[in-house]
Design a protein around this ligand. Structure first.
Ligand SMILES: Cc1cc2nc3c(=O)[nH]c(=O)nc-3n(C[C@H](O)[C@H](O)[C@H](O)COP(=O)(O)O)c2cc1C
Length: 405
C-alpha cells in the first residue's frame, strides 16, 4: 500500500489486472478468465449455436479467456447424457465455436472432467459408474443407479489414456489451454480424498498414493500437448467434510502439482457431491433444488438429507482469499483466484496478493459485459446477489442463466 496515496496503488493494481499476461506460451489480453460453469447447452452432447452464443457474449464482454465447462474426457465420464464428451463426432462444431471466439480476440480453455463414481448418465457403457472404491452413487439414485464400483488397475490405466487422448483431441480442435478438474468431488478428486478413496493398493492410503492417478493424468496430458501449452488444474482446497481433503492437505497437493509441471492452479473448494455450498456461498440453493427436482425419490432424499448436505455459508467477497494465499506462499507456479471476485476493488486486492489471474463465475453469468465495464469504470461492482438460482436451475432447458437479469 502507498501510505500517502492509497488510490494510486489501487489504480496501479487495476492497470495490472487489465494488462496482458502469459500462462506458459499463451498471452492473455488481461487477467480475467471465465470460470468453468457447466453450461447445459449441449443437448445430446453436441455443441451448437446456443453454446456458441453464450461464449460469444462473454468474448464480446472483454474476458481474456473463456472456459468451456466440464468437457468429459470420455463418454462414461459424463454426469449425464447431455454433457459433451471429447470425440471425433463433435470436431466440426467445436472447431467452429472455438474459431468464432478467436475471431473476437478471446482465448479458449477446456475443462477436462470425469465424474468417477458420481453419475446419472443413462447411456453408461459400463454396468455402474467407476470410482476409486465401491460407494453409493448419490447422483444416480433418481435413475436407479444406486452404486459405483471400484476401478481395477486396468481401469485406472485406461482412464490415464482417456485423458491423454482427450487432451490431444482438444489441442487439435483449437483449445488454447486445458484445465484439469482435480476438485469438486469428481473423478480425480475422489482419488485425492481420503473420504472417498478407501483403496488398499498403491492408489490409496497416503496422500502420495492418492495423488498417484492425478499426477499420472497430469503427465499424460502434458505428454499429449507439449511443454509450451498451458495446463491449469482446479483443486478443492477443502471438501468441508469430516475425513475429507482439508486446507492443510491442499498446500501439499498444490506443491505436488507444481513440482509435476502444472502451469497454474485454480484454488476452489467444496464438493458437488457432499458440500456444494462451501464452493458457492450465498443463498442456500436447497429450496430451488426441491422446487425443480423432477424425481420423487430425489425430492424425498433432499428433504431428508438436504440440510446436512446444503449447509449455510454466508457470502462475503473473496471468500477463499486467506486459504488461497497460503498456497501462493507455497508454490512457484501461477495461481488463479476463484470465489466471490466481483469488481475492481476485489481485482486490485487479488493483484496485490500476488495472484496471476482471476476466474469469475456467477458475476459473468449475471453480466457478461463485466470485464469491459470494469475496465471503463474503476468503481464498478457486479450486480450478482449470489442467490445461486443459476446453480439451482442448472438443468433448465434453456441452459444456465441468471434468473434476475
Ligand atoms: C451454474 C454454475 C455451474 C458450474 N459448473 C461448474 C463446472 O462445470 N465445473 C467447475 O469446476 N465449477 C463449476 N461451477 C463453479 C464455478 O466455477 C466457481 O467455482 C463458483 O461459481 C465460485 O465462483 P464465483 O463466486 O465467481 O461464482 C459452476 C458454477 C455455477 C454458478
Amino acid at each position: 500500500m502507498n501510505p500517502t496515496n492509497p488510490s494510486l496503488d489501487s489504480r496501479t493494481s487495476l492497470e495490472k489486472c487489465f494488462s496482458p499476461a502469459k500462462i506458459n506460451g499463451l498471452e492473455l489480453k488481461n487477467r480475467l478468465i471465465k470460470a468453468g460453469t457447466f453450461e447445459n447447452m449441449t443437448p445430446l452432447g453436441v455443441p451448437g449455436s446456443t453454446l456458441s452464443a453464450f461464449h460469444q457474449r462473454l468474448a464480446d464482454g472483454g474476458i481474456a479467456m473463456t472456459t468451456l465447462g466440464y468437457c468429459a474426457v470420455t463418454a462414461d465420464g459424463r454426469l449425464n447424457e447431455n454433457m459433451m464428451y471429447m470425440h471425433e463426432g463433435i470436431r466440426a462444431p467445436l472447431t467452429s465455436l472455438i474459431h468464432s471466439l478467436h475471431e473476437r480476440g478471446t482465448a479458449v480453455s477446456g475443462q477436462m472432467g470425469h465424474c468417477g463414481g458420481f453419475s446419472k448418465n443413462r447411456e453408461l457403457q459400463r454396468r455402474r459408474p467407476l470410482g476409486p472404491s465401491f460407494a453409493i452413487n448419490g447422483l444416480g439414485l433418481s435413475q436407479g443407479m444406486f452404486f459405483a464400483d471400484a476401478m481395477s488397475i486396468q481401469d485406472i490405466d485406461e482412464m490415464v489414456d482417456q485423458y491423454r487422448d482427450a487432451a490431444q483431441f482438444m489441442k487439435s480442435v483449437g483449445f488454447d489451454a486445458l484445465e484439469i478438474h482435480f476438485g469438486h468431488g469428481y473423478g480425480l478428486c475422489q482419488f485425492i480424498s481420503p473420504k472417498t478413496n478407501k483403496r488398499k493398493d498403491e492408489y490409496g492410503g497416503s496422500l502420495e498414493n492418492r495423488m498417484r492417478l492425478p499426477l499420472r493424468v497430469l503427465a499424460a496430458v502434458r505428454e499429449a500437448v507439449g511443454d509450451a501449452f498451458p495446463i491449469l488444474g482446479k483443486i478443492s482446497m477443502s471438501e468441508g467434510v469430516r475425513g475429507g481433503i482439508h486446507y492443510d492437505d491442499s498446500v501439499v497437493i498444490s506443491q505436488m502439482l507444481d513440482r509435476a509441471g502444472i502451469d497454474a492452479i485454480v484454488c476452489s473448494g467444496g464438493t458437488s457431491t457432499m458440500n456444494p455450498m462451501l464452493m458457492f456461498r450465498g443463498d442456500n440453493m436447497l429450496p430451488t433444488m426441491l422446487a425443480t427436482e423432477k424425481s420423487l425419490l430425489m425430492r424425498l432424499i433432499l428433504r431428508l438429507a438436504g440440510k446436512s448436505m446444503f449447509r449455510d455459508y454466508p457470502y462475503t467477497d473473496l471468500y477463499f482469499l486467506e486459504q488461497a494465499k497460503r498456497i501462493r506462499e507455497a508454490v512457484n507456479c501461477q495461481l488463479v483466484y476463484i470465489g466471490g471476485a466481483t469488481g475492481n476493488d476485489n481485482f486490485a486486492d487479488l493483484m496485490d496478493a500476488g495472484f496471476d489471474f482471476i476466474q469469475l463465475g456467477r458475476s459473468l453469468l449475471s453480466d457478461p459485459e463485466l470485464p469491459n465495464r470494469c475496465a471503463r469504470d474503476a468503481g464498478f461492482k457486479s450486480r450478482c446477489v449470489h442467490c445461486n438460482e443459476c446453480v439451482g436451475t442448472i438443468e433448465s432447458p434453456q441452459g444456465i442463466h441468471c434468473t434476475r437479469y
